[in-house]
Design a protein around this ligand. Sequence first.
Ligand SMILES: Nc1c(NC[C@H](O)[C@H](O)[C@H](O)CO)[nH]c(=O)[nH]c1=O
Ligand SMILES: CC(=O)[C@@H](O)COP(=O)(O)O
Length: 163
Amino acid sequence: MATQLKNLSDFSHTTVPNGTAYKFAIAVAEWNAEITGSLYNGALKTLLAHGVLADNILSIAVPGSFELTSAADILLNKHEELDAVICLGCVIQGDTKHFDFICDAVANGITQLSIKHSKPVIFGVLTTNDLQQAIDRAGGKHGNKGDEAAITALKMAELSAIA
Ligand SMILES: Nc1c(NC[C@H](O)[C@H](O)[C@H](O)CO)[nH]c(=O)[nH]c1=O
Ligand SMILES: CC(=O)[C@@H](O)COP(=O)(O)O
């Protein structure tokens, strides 16, 4: 499994841009809140640790991961100054195919949104078979996907600035 080869929180501080000049939004799904809360805390801590000003981080909650795409679209339409939007969620397989539809909708929706706005929209959504896999990736043995999402946002904001 790829994550077993790379800890989600493993990154070199020397390769992460300083975020003082950048403005970010974080959209967090309320489903599986004990997991998404950990993802959010990881992302926030990582942004602040790399110089992002607290006043330059706009955070909102949405009911579920399916709503992350529309929330990011609303944020990008209303706040043109944003350099990137981080979308955080946790989708856990249930008894039906609902999992597949949500995961596909969010992944494809976020991808299309990033292209529509020419702004980085970061896919920080766990899509796991069970709760333990989510725990392992939200500050557990495989690190925190919120950290990874924040690092990605910083790198993409820098890329957008220098490209
Ligand atoms: N089962 C999970 C959901 N389901 C809710 C959807 O995301 C959505 O809010 C609903 O279908 C109404 O549009 N959401 C998660 O984030 N994680 C899940 O495991
Ligand atoms: C991903 C989901 O929506 C899922 O948790 C819902 O569970 P079920 O498929 O058993 O209805």
